[in-house]
Design a protein around this ligand. Structure first.
Ligand code: ADP
Ligand code: MG
Length: 229
């Protein structure tokens, strides 16, 4: 089976070599756990390998995305100029026009750009554009279908339900994706240590062990057992 490296040191080993190609994966966690960083690192790994990539954001506008990425040394702007990276910004506050775009030009852009990787940050802000549970479910299914049909390996970030921080806020995304990775903070004395766990990954073996990770100037890095002191 062909696999796609996440670009996160330590995580690909947890996944037995990476995400199976063409899979969609949800990265769920509370704010500050590093979901946006994860989504960008995944894209940067693809770009470094010469792949075409799409970064769809509802959180930050283009300039802010370039700035956030450059902190980690990832030059997204250059790849956009080289037509290797497509950055799409959707405004979560303008629900009407965002919903229209999700039905019209965005699926087209996804098909036409012919990307090998797509990151969506965040899928929670997409589902929030819809008022009823029914609309949310339909939109999520049809969006993930167009991503899937493009053949790209995709990553959707999602906020967790504050009352139950091991499931996504909308409680839906887990059911449309092939894999779920959970990020969470564990309190250790006066420190909040981030931990990562693969909850589900179809068609591959993976570790179920929870590991610590850190966010550094190079992005996310899983701390391999033995390194912890
Ligand atoms: N350059 C960096 N060095 C160290 N930690 C960083 C750096 N950039 C971001 N972080 C950490 O990552 C956290 C935010 O990550 P982010 O990906 O925006 O999380 P989320 O999208 O889940 O809210 C920050 O609160 C900070 O702790
Ligand atoms: Mg974020």
């Amino acid at each position: 089976m062909e696999r796609v490296k996440t670009g996160i040191p330590g995580l690909d080993e947890m996944l037995n070599g990476g995400i199976p190609k063409g899979h969609s994966v949800a990265v769920i966690g509370s704010f500050g756990t590093g979901k946006t960083t994860f989504a960008m690192q995944f894209i940067n790994e693809g770009l470094s390998n010469g792949e075409r990539c799409i970064f769809l954001s509802l959180e930050e506008d283009e300039d802010s995305i370039y700035k956030s990425a450059s902190v980690f040394g990832w030059d997204f702007k250059r790849y956009v100029e080289e037509d290797k990276l497509l950055v799409i910004k959707l405004d979560p506050e303008d629900a009407k026009s965002s919903v229209e775009r999700l039905q019209s030009d965005i699926p087209e852009m996804i098909t036409e750009f012919n990307a090998q990787r797509i990151s969506v940050d965040s899928i929670s802000l997409i589902t929030m554009l819809y008022e009823t549970e029914e609309e949310r479910r339909k939109a999520l299914f049809s969006f993930s279908k167009s991503v899937k049909e493009s053949g790209a390996t995709s990553l959707f970030t999602a906020e967790v339900d504050p009352r139950n921080p091991t499931v996504s806020r909308d409680g839906l995304v887990e059911y449309v994706v092939d894999g779920v990775i959970l990020l969470r903070f564990v309190e250790d004395r006066n420190l909040m240590r981030p931990r990562i766990r693969v909850l589900k990954m179809r068609r591959t073996a993976h570790t179920r062990e929870e590991k610590e990770y850190e966010i550094t100037d190079h992005g996310i890095e899983v701390i391999v057992s033995g390194d912890v002191f």
